[in-house]
Design a protein around this ligand. Structure first.
Ligand code: HAM
Length: 438
């Protein structure tokens, strides 16, 4: 049998990445990611969220127990494998919530009170790749743990509206909010019994998938994409009619805050989400610009998950955003940003002067200036060409005569008429501001 670690391939076979797992290439693409990450970090800090990082690999049992064993993710999308060293069953995380809850439980992190945390990173789902759907994709995941809501539910949703605005997206046009409540488990049980009875009465109209789910997960039948079943699903018993007083009040309170904040939403009674851990509030942000991959992000409340995963009972609520989808959306509406340009580009005609030049560049960077060194020399002409291509506003020219006098020449690159001027090298920190604001 061939050794899977060293497949028999000729050395000149080009190696390629795994299907559905993308390289994020410099510089145009990475500029979009960096900008998104910057905006997100600043925004989350304003709402009191702190960064948390958990492993990409978790025990398979965490997702089976946390997400539910008859969910699409657990049934057919997980990258699971056996650790060859010790036989442990492991899985590349398909989502972040279960891992974060595991970590919070393991470290008893709710001991001192509620927590607001966020993380960003790769998730893995074995889905059929297409635009906006990948096997390795990235999420911004935000979780508020230990808060019973409904205030935090609404705050998370409003925070997302703030994010869209900050990115330049227009709610109503580029994104709309869908909202639902899943009530509590006893309410869902009563509704589920009514659903099963209803679907049984209409068994002839069920497709194979629905028939399979009828007893294991009838709620997911409501999520069907089969056009032939839409009318049947539309007329099915609504959970809303099985909700108790407290669940109704929770939903009304979330809605009252959103209404007061002027945020429009559509109540979608068929919004059930892809994991079994949800209760009460669930939501999704949908875009009309990305075809079938229209869900940009979604989340909701999961008041039993912490306990299900072995922790002291505590409520939780959060959401996950698909970063690739948001960047595609920004592209679709023409909101891409350019690659950031440095403040200055250092042209060094004579390599022998580098020991004098480079410590000065360090001073400028300490003063907050971004300076790119023309590494590797080259003619003045080629150095200026690169300076221009870097997008820098100013060239710093370290000519031999100027250096001998302790000076450097500043040449504006974006204004051909502007004169070249001289500055003292020793005082670099003093005139650093000029470069930053040039
Ligand atoms: P989710 O709806 O499964 O929720 O994923 C959140 C977002 O991740 C989706 O709306 C979508 O934008 C993106 N996404 C999902 N699968 C893919 C894929 N194959 N390719 C590209 N993007 C994808 C969760 O994961 C929950 N953990 C969210 C949550 C956090 N609920 C409570 N807390």
């Amino acid at each position: 049998m061939p050794d899977p670690q060293s497949p028999a391939k000729t050395p000149d076979t080009p190696l390629r990445g795994v299907k559905g797992m993308n390289d994020i290439l410099l510089p145009a693409e990475s500029a979009q990611w960096e900008r998104f990450e910057d905006v997100v970090r600043r925004l989350l800090a304003r709402y009191g969220y702190r960064n948390i990082r958990t492993p990409v690999v978790e025990p398979t049992a965490l997702f089976v127990r946390g997400l539910g064993d008859v969910t699409d993710i657990v049934e057919k999308e997980m990258y699971s494998f056996e650790d060859a060293m010790n036989g442990d069953r492991l899985t590349l995380r398909p989502e972040a919530t279960a891992g974060i809850v595991r970590a919070i439980n393991e470290h008893n992190a709710l001991y001192n009170g509620p927590l607001r945390v966020w993380t960003m990173g790769p998730m893995f789902r074995h889905e059929r790749p297409q635009k906006g759907r990948y096997r390795q994709f990235h999420q911004l995941d935000v979780e508020a743990l230990g808060h019973a809501g409904p205030d935090v539910d609404a705050e998370l949703i409003l925070m997302l509206r703030a994010l869209w605005r900050e990115l330049g997206l227009v709610e109503g046009r580029d994104l709309t909010l869908e909202l639902n409540t899943l009530g509590q488990s006893d309410e869902r049980k009563a509704h589920r019994a009514a659903l099963v009875a209803y679907f049984q009465d209409h068994a002839a109209q069920l497709d194979e998938d629905a028939r399979r789910r009828l007893h294991s997960n009838p709620l997911r039948i409501l999520d069907t994409k089969n056009p032939a079943m839409q009318a049947l699903v539309e007329a099915a018993p609504k959970l809303m009619d099985y909700l108790g007083e407290a669940s109704r009040a929770h939903f009304d309170a979330v809605r009252a805050i959103l209404d007061a904040a002027g945020l429009a939403y559509r109540i979608n009674p068929r919004l059930v989400r892809g994991m079994d851990y949800y209760n009460l509030t669930v939501f999704e942000w949908i875009t009309p610009h990305l075809g079938s991959q229209s869900a940009v992000g979604g989340g909701g409340r999961y008041d039993q998950l912490i306990e299900t995963l072995g922790g002291k009972p505590a409520p939780g609520v959060g959401f996950g955003l698909g970063i690739e989808r948001i960047l595609l959306l920004l592209e679709a509406v023409g909101l891409q940003v350019g690659a950031p340009a440095p403040d200055a580009y250092a042209v060094v005609p004579d390599a022998a002067s580098l020991p004098q030049v480079m410590p000065m560049l360090e001073q400028l960077r300490q003063a907050g200036v971004s300076v790119v060194l023309n590494a590797g020399g080259g003619s003045m002409k080629s150095q200026f060409k690169r300076a221009d291509a870097s997008g820098a506003r100013m060239a710093l020219i370290f000519g031999g005569d100027e250096l001998a006098r302790g000076e450097v020449a500043l040449k504006p690159l974006r204004d051909a008429a502007a004169p070249q001027t001289l500055r003292p090298i020793a005082d670099a920190a003093r005139w650093a501001d000029e470069l930053r604001n040039a």
